[in-house]
Design a protein around this ligand. Structure first.
Ligand code: C2E
Ligand code: MG
Ligand code: MG
Length: 653
């Protein structure tokens, strides 16, 4: 494709380009107006000229016709006169002769009159000379006619005839040829006028055509210019001036169809600015915008011909970079200095997900893969540049599948609550249980480990927690009504609830709804919940205590500040993570666990260990003073029906 240098918008100087575009569009409009005015004037001039030619022509034709008529009259008169004269000469009776002579005089005066009119008509025209010739011939004629008449009057008929023959006839002949000559001149005159007119018409046609062609060209140019401007407008990201998402899709699809510069020759890069959110929050959105413009400018400066960069909202950019150019490009955009004015300069770090495009990929596949890879750069401990991995895509598909099936699953009660017993190690009897959710999807049981984190990531898990808690409250009431002695049931609540001011009320509302005895309820929150909002957690714990509901800290020991949490948050139960059972033969480890357990007891909390699978682990726990356990050694999570059997027979061998 031909590059259109003049119209190309470069990021960072949008204003200049806008002005330039405006000026160009103004110039084109001016050219169109001037050429239209010029056309109108030119056509008007040619039209006036034509009108003049036509008027001249009409005048000349009118004059010519009149002259021709006069000349005709003159000749007819001459012949008539001559006839009378002949007759006169032939007549003998004097009376008749007189009458004839009177008639001849009449004709003569008529002739004179015609000649006078003729003179008037041709005065100042090119026929004037012709007239003078004709007039002198005419005078000669009249003079000779007089001679002839006089001769004939005096009876010298012979001489009269002779004179007539020798003098009058040549004059008449000359007059005739003179008139014919003048006739020719008239004809010629008319022809040249016709020629003038033809030329004028041709000129008019040429001028009109040229003008029309010029106007047409201006119109076409204007239309194509408008199309280009609107194409620019719909293809550009207004803030940064790089291509927008739609343009990227169009370019990508076009590249896919092309043989040269084929999509497969490129890599898809999803790029974003590290900590851009922070820049926006810290310096405000005006600086944020300047940063984006400067960043986009640098990205586009490192593009090669044929490569594309597009903004996909926020600080997200997608680029198509030639496969052989990717490393160099990444090097160039690793650290991007941006000057944001007022002595504030920032150096931006890029995050980038890179995807090697395959033969069958559409531009959408490329974008998705890039986004998946750049998403990985946000995971803790990840690098700033991550190449796309197929497993990650599969994972994303799986997550999407979970999210899309989730609401239907809630509505159609595909989620089922299982209960995993907790056991008193001293008496080996059931002392509680944990409610654990299962998803029966298309007849198969899906463990929570594969969907809880996905829902949690997407902020959707809260609904499920309450779904489970609702069933727990319902089951406790149900067991009591049926005379089955319940045990305390702990329910898992995600840390996301802590952001919700209604959380406590929502929990209590469910308890009330089923009239469940709070004594049998326990809320588990993972240790990590405390890092994020210590105050909210403290508040929740105290409110639950007030309501008579126990709380427990799940997965204790997996975080970094377990001990300080222990001090800060007054939970009823601490659930040791199964990592504490890693090496029960290690004396040092044993002493450490023993001390932790003692400390928990000293703080007046209960302690339970999760994931107990062997009798050795039971012995270890007993040695370190932990008297409660939960694990496969005793029971796997059980369906409600199976768990009811356990409630009825709470003893382990
Ligand atoms: P968790 O709360 O720490 O639950 C204990 C997990 O350890 C359960 O896995 C349980 O089946 C498993 N487990 C118990 N004994 C053993 C054992 O001896 N060996 C081994 N290897 N594992 C054992 P599960 O049911 O797959 O649940 C996994 C996690 O899913 C839970 O960990 C909890 O964090 C979450 N979860 C389950 N149900 C809910 C729920 O309703 N809401 C929320 N927010 N999270 C839930
Ligand atoms: Mg738990
Ligand atoms: Mg746990």
């Amino acid at each position: 494709m031909k590059r259109r240098k003049k119209l190309e918008i470069r990021p960072g100087n949008i204003k200049t380009n806008d002005l330039r575009r405006n000026r160009l569009s103004f110039r084109i409009a001016l050219i169109t107006i001037v050429s239209s005015l010029f056309s109108i004037v030119a056509i008007e001039l040619v039209y006036m000229n034509m009108k003049e030619v036509i008027r001249d022509y009409n005048h000349v034709v009118e004059v010519d016709y009149a002259n021709a008529e006069y000349m005709n009259d003159v000749m007819v008169g001459v012949y008539e006169h001559q006839a009378i004269v002949f007759h006169h000469m032939a007549e003998s009776k004097s009376q008749e002769k007189r009458a004839l002579m009177e008639e001849a005089d009449e004709v003569e005066s008529h002739l004179k009159e015609k000649m006078a009119q003729f003179e008037e008509n041709v005065r100042g025209t090119e026929y004037e000379i012709g007239y003078h010739d004709l007039f002198s011939l005419m005078s000669g004629y009249i003079h000779n006619v007089k001679t002839v008449v006089d001769l004939s009057k005096s009876g010298e008929t012979q001489t009269a005839y002779y004179t007539m023959h020798t003098k009058l006839e040549p004059i008449i002949e000359k007059m005739n040829s003179q008139i014919m000559g003048m006739d020719q001149a008239i004809k010629k005159d008319t022809e040249s006028l016709m020629e003038d007119m033809r030329e004028s018409t041709d000129l008019m046609r040429i001028v009109t055509r040229v003008m029309l062609v010029l106007m047409l060209l201006a119109a076409i140019f204007n239309v194509s210019f408008c199309l280009r401007i609107s194409e620019e407008m719909i293809s550009r990201d207004l803030l940064t001036g790089v291509a927008n998402f739609d343009k990227l899709i169009r370019v990508g699809e076009k590249m896919r169809r092309k043989k040269k510069n084929h999509l497969v020759d490129y890599s898809g890069l999803a790029i974003s600015i590290k900590d851009f959110k922070f820049i926006n929050q810290e310096y405000g959105s005006v600086v944020g915008d300047i940063v984006l413009k400067g960043y986009a400018k640098t990205l586009s400066e490192h593009l090669r011909h044929g490569e594309v960069i597009a903004r996909n909202g926020g600080d997200n950019f997608i680029a198509l970079i030639e496969k052989g150019h990717v490393d160099e490009f990444l090097n160039n955009i690793n650290k991007v200095p941006v000057d944001v004015g007022e002595k504030l300069g920032l150096t931006l770090t890029s995050r980038c997900g890179i995807y090697q495009i395959n033969d069958e990929d559409t531009i959408y596949d490329v974008i998705n893969a890039g986004l998946i890879a750049v998403g990985e750069t946000r995971l803790s401990g990840a690098k700033d540049y991550v190449w796309f991995r197929q497993e990650r895509r599969d994972e994303m598909i799986r997550q999407k599948d979970i999210l899309s099936g989730y609401h239907k699953a809630i509505d159609e009660e595909e989620f089922v609550v299982y209960y995993q017993p907790k056991v008193n190690l001293r008496t080996r009897t059931l002392c509680g249980c944990e409610a654990l959710v299962r998803w029966i999807r298309n007849g198969e049981m899906v463990p929570p480990g594969s969907f809880i984190p996905v829902l949690e990531n997407d902020g959707k898990v809260q609904e499920l927690d309450f779904y489970v808690f609702d069933k727990v409250c319902r089951d406790i009431g149900d067991w009591q009504r049926r005379g089955i002695q319940p045990v305390r049931v702990s329910s898992n609540f995600s840390k996301l609830h802590l952001h919700n001011k209604q959380f406590v009320d929502d929990v209590l509302a469910v308890v009330d709804k089923h009239g469940a005895d709070p004594y049998y309820l326990e809320a588990e929150l993972t240790e990590s919940s405390g890092y994020e909002d210590l105050d909210a957690m403290k508040y929740f714990v105290s409110e639950m205590r007030e309501a008579g509901i126990h709380t427990s800290m799940d997965d204790f020991g997996t975080g970094y500040s377990s001990l300080s949490l222990l001090r800060d948050i007054d939970m009823d139960v601490i659930k040791l993570d199964r990592t504490f059972l890693r090496d029960e033969n290690d004396a040092k480890e044993e002493r450490m666990v023993e001390n932790i357990v003692r400390m928990i007891h000293d703080l007046d909390r209960k302690v339970i260990c999760e994931g107990v699978e062997t009798e050795e682990q039971v012995e270890f726990l007993k040695r370190v003073g932990c008297t409660m356990a939960q694990g496969f050694l005793f029971d796997r999570p059980l369906s409600r029906e199976e768990f009811e059997k356990r409630l009825i027979n709470p003893y382990y061998s």
